[in-house]
Design a protein around this ligand. Structure first.
Ligand code: BMA
Length: 310
């Protein structure tokens, strides 16, 4: 029985990437950023080593389903004294946004003070330059908009939420990608499937009806945290205005590889690619252990996201 409220179809070859695809020793591969570069699909993989710390590794594909993983890690925790103390526990959950000719990567820099958002950039997927630690600690799930709006860079992030405190999705602005301010709440947890924490998953997609943003919602259950997805629409000209959001989840753990792993019952996308025919390929970490891809029509996501008007 098709479920119209679950617009995603899993690729039959899922999981498309597991630790066995990584050419060097590691524990898991999950939560990957995604984009297109020079006619190929690119994933920036979060690889967790046997020491339990994460780094980022590149993978390339012609068709979006079969990926070739690079033989060596691409971005390791920084040795630079400005960043190193904050990346001591690893770098996690990258998201990538093309702005002009550059690809900007937001990621979680994780260290003894807690998680904070870092931003770096590449133009060629070889050289990577760290720009800044954009937030203080206790912040993650940051995605950049693909264009400046009224002269400012715009970012969605998720301050708060440590120690199981409820946490909302926020928006913030910067003239230079380094200094951020005018922060406001976009969406707070609602009773039900996302009642504990919300966080943006993937960069905003421009559509004629507004910006589409896929986000995760966490519900604390008797057997731990359950991660599922929703979608919201933001005003194209003023993205601090929420036009709507899905009243129900639109994707959640069902398959064995999503329900079983290092952290069970988690689907956690960090990247998508919009194909020219309007299909959105969503790349998601499954159970913090492997990577799956699921596809939906962008139009269907927009209609679902406009259902609940706040
Ligand atoms: C979040 C992040 C993600 C992870 C998820 C589920 O807080 O740490 O990297 O996938 O929890 O464990």
């Amino acid at each position: 029985m098709p479920k119209p409220y679950i617009p995603f179809r899993r690729h039959p070859g899922n999981p498309i990437l597991t630790a066995s695809h990584i050419p060097y020793q590691c524990n898991t591969v999950f939560n990957a950023a995604a984009c297109r570069f020079q006619d190929r699909y690119v994933l920036v993989l979060r690889v967790e080593g046997l020491d339990g710390l994460s780094h980022l590794t590149l993978a390339f594909s012609e068709d979006g389903y079969h990926f070739q993983v690079e033989p060596e890690p691409w971005i390791l925790p920084s040795q630079d004294p400005g960043f190193a103390p904050f990346e001591q526990y690893g770098i996690e959950d990258p998201r990538i946004t093309q702005i002009g000719q550059d690809y900007y990567i937001t990621y979680t820099a994780y260290g003894p003070h807690g998680p904070r958002v870092a931003i770096g950039r590449t133009r060629d997927f070889r050289r990577f330059e760290r720009l800044c630690l954009a937030t203080e600690v206790d912040n993650k799930d940051a995605v950049l908009f693909p264009e400046k709006i009224h002269g400012n860079y715009v970012m969605i992030d998720r301050p708060g939420g440590m120690d199981e405190r409820p946490a909302s999705i926020w928006i913030t602005y910067s003239p230079d990608l380094v200094y951020w301010g005018r922060a406001r709440v976009l969406l707070s947890p609602q009773a039900g499937w996302g009642q504990s924490k919300l966080g943006a998953c993937t960069p905003p997609v421009p559509t004629p009806q507004g910006w589409l943003v896929i986000y995760h919602g966490v519900r604390i259950t008797a057997s731990g945290r359950l991660y599922r997805l929703g979608a919201m629409m933001l005003d194209r000209d003023d993205p601090s205005r929420v036009l709507g959001f899905t009243p129900h989840f639109i994707f959640g753990p069902e398959e064995v590889y999503e329900r079983t792993g290092d952290v069970p019952n988690v689907v956690f996308p960090c990247g998508h690619v919009l194909d020219p025919d309007g299909t959105l390929k969503l790349y998601y970490g499954a159970a913090d252990t492997c990577i799956g891809v699921a596809e939906a029509r962008l139009d269907d996501l927009v209609s679902l996201a406009l259902q609940s008007v706040p």
